[in-house]
Design a binder for this molecule. Structure first.
Ligand code: GTP
Ligand code: SPV
Ligand code: MN
Length: 604
């Protein structure tokens, strides 16, 4: 192999790399060192290849726009597999194939798949380099777009190889866009497998290892993120007694200077990034951000649950992001950022729907075509994204890279629910809270390549990300109460920012106004905050939510805080049927919780 490989002192890694190079047959092999020079060089290279457009240097320094192929704009849950020896280990919510069979199939797909391309080797660490709680992966990819995005999203390069050492363990992550080049064949700006049915995002939690074929996009291709830090890590966490979750982490500081850390699980494109760095509208309250997508949590020496964010960047939804809705995100991607599938203005800046500035009279849309406001299509793809360094977030918390994490006081679960689910609702206790998490549902969004707006169960916002049997996952969550003093575990709340009125308007203003709900949660954690006991949990007592200065119609407020008994009876029925799918892997405690809910509802 090429010079520079002396840095790889790990025999297992070298052997794997040799095998992979022989299988994929790239023209060149390049080992990433993770330096700023390398990042800049790769971005320039992407510009030369036409994959990147450099944005206006004055308006948006060191920023780039990429347009994917229209077939490659989101995660592909239908093509995502958890492959184990025994199907029961993957469970009813995951696509499965026998691990050995799938390995053969993948080996055939990867054969010669990097012809005409460079194979990049990206050593990366999820979590601070060298921390005992971090996980090292090595992604081999033929996509330079993946290299630069991974450089923002994770800790990459020589320092990771040093931490890996001669016999450290790593997760092999093999990725190809699945578009080999014949000799002399000209490349396209976004190579990928264009037939979604030929994409494969495959996890082998029993190895563990990851093979991803055919997509260059986000969660399909940046393998440290959903593949390693959620699917593989969740399976490891279950064995080792910790949690790997699809959660934001924020710190909430009261006007008196008291600080509580909160972690929240909402499904994809359901508000984690927005909540994680929100600007509270309540005077004196402050939110600082530790992470917007993934939390790894373990019980600390004091018995409390500590959370850390294994990533170093945000891969956030662009549409809807404005100085009104999320000013801190807007100030994060002012520089050193990558935009994918947004619109390009004539000034060389980016634009998307609901950016809070008037639509430009002319732009180039995400598919590369001329666009003007009278076009009957969107300028940016609904799942267009920004990739930005977390360190640039104006409200990044001082402890965001603390390897020990921060102690969590409250969990939020939620989803996109137009009806039934109230604005906020507190669990009676841990077991009831786990029940609430297991019962979560949400309307599907553009983050997955499938129909949007379809209501589905999405327990703990982990439906697409749990790397093992979801029934065992419920058991694992319940077991946290046996691993520590249950009183030290976070209090559990269910929130819903997405209630709609009959005419389709949002009942709740959301975004910075969600600080009003956070304040009540803070007070509850502190032992205050008035609540009423209802069949579904504790709801804020009338006047317990601080609504000062908010112009909210009283009928909207009562709808947001009502317990819709008939609606909930329907929820309970649906949940019973959903639970049946888990057979004997469903913990009895959840059946018992469901029966207790039904009983409380029948009393009204
Ligand atoms: P992933 O990165 O896919 O995991 O998503 P996420 O959970 O971080 O979602 P994000 O915060 O990016 O929000 C996605 C969409 O939800 C955007 O269109 C937001 O404008 C919208 N959204 C976020 N918070 C609120 C809210 O409080 N109210 C309303 N109505 N919409 C919101
Ligand atoms: C999600 O879909 O939940 C994301 C974006 O956070 S992706 O990285 O593409 O998975
Ligand atoms: Mn996500």
């Amino acid at each position: 192999m090429a010079a520079g490989f002396e840095a790889i002192g790990n025999g297992e890694l070298l052997a794997w790399l040799r095998d992979v190079a022989q299988l994929c047959m790239p023209d060149n092999v390049y080992l990433c060192d993770g330096s700023p020079e390398e990042y800049a060089y790769m971005c320039d290279q992407l510009v030369r290849q036409g994959t990147f457009t450099r944005l206006n240097e004055t308006l948006r320094p060191d920023c780039f726009l990429a347009r994917s192929h229209p077939s490659d704009v989101a995660r592909v849950e239908d093509r995502t597999y958890i492959c184990t020896g025994d199907q029961a280990e993957a469970g009813p919510t995951n696509n499965w194939a026998p691990a050995e069979e799938m390995k053969l199939k993948m080996a055939c797909m990867f054969k010669d798949c990097m012809a005409g391309r460079t194979m990049y080797i990206i050593p990366f660490s999820m979590g601070p380099v060298g921390s005992p709680f971090s996980m090292i992966g090595v992604e081999v990819t033929d996509s330079p777009y993946v290299v630069v995005n991974m450089t923002i999203m994770t800790r990459v390069g020589t320092k990771v190889l040093e931490a890996l050492g001669a016999d450290g363990k790593f997760v092999p992550c093999l990725h190809s866009v699945g578009a080999p080049l014949a000799p002399g064949q000209e490349d396209v700006t976004w190579p990928c497998e264009r037939d979604p049915a030929n994409k494969y995002i495959v996890h082998f939690p029993e190895d563990p290892s990851i093979w991803s074929y055919g997509s260059g996009y986000g969660g399909n291709a940046l393998l440290g993120k959903k593949c390693l830090a959620l699917r593989i890590a969740s399976a490891v966490a279950r064995k080792e007694g910790w949690l790997a979750e699809h959660m934001l982490i924020l710190a909430l500081t009261s006007p008196e200077g008291k600080k509580h850390y909160v972690a929240g699980a909402f499904p994809s494109a359901c508000g984690k990034t927005n909540l994680a760095m929100m600007q509270p509208t309540l005077p004196g309250w402050k939110v600082t951000c530790l992470g917007d997508d993934i939390a790894w949590m373990r019980i600390g020496a004091d018995g409390r649950l500590y959370a850390m964010n294994p990533e170093t960047g945000f891969f956030g939804v662009a549409p809807g992001t404005s100085y009104q809705s999320n000013p801190n995100a807007m100030d994060t991607f002012t520089r050193n950022s990558i935009f994918t599938n947004v619109a390009l203005t004539d000034h060389g800046d980016v634009w998307w729907e609901e950016m809070g500035v008037p639509a430009p009279a002319h732009a180039i849309d995400w598919e590369g075509n001329d666009w003007s406001p009278d076009a009957d299509r969107k300028a940016a793809h609904p799942n267009s994204r920004f990739t930005a360094p977390a360190s640039q977030c104006p409200v990044i918390d001082p402890d965001w890279q603390n390897p020990a994490g921060v102690p969590i006081s409250a969990f939020l679960f939620g989803g996109r629910r137009a009806s039934t689910i109230p604005l906020v609702n507190e669990a009676f206790d841990w077991e009831h809270g786990v029940f609430m998490g297991s019962a979560a549902g949400s309307e599907t969004t553009a983050a997955n390549l499938s129909k949007t707006g379809v209501l589905r169960h999405d327990p703990f916002a982990m439906l697409p990300f749990c790397g093992y049997n979801m029934g065992d996952y419920f058991t694992h969550w319940l077991s946290m109460a046996d691993r520590t003093d249950a009183a030290k575990l976070p209090r559990i709340f269910f929130v819903n920012w997405f209630r709609k009125g009959d005419d389709g308007h949002w009942l709740w203003p959301g975004y910075g106004e969600n600080s009003r709900v956070l304040k009540w949660i803070f007070e509850r954690v502190e032992g205050g905050g008035e609540a009423v006991e209802t069949p579904i949990g504790y709801l804020p007592a009338p006047d317990a939510l601080d609504l000062s200065g908010l112009d909210l119609p009283s009928e909207d407020l009562s709808a947001l805080l009502a317990v819709d008994i008939e609606g909930w009876k329907g929820e309970a029925e649906g949940l019973g049927t959903y639970y049946d799918g888990f057979g004997d892997r469903l913990p009895g405690a959840l059946r018992k919780q469901l029966a207790a809910l039904k009983e409380r509802l029948s009393r009204g």
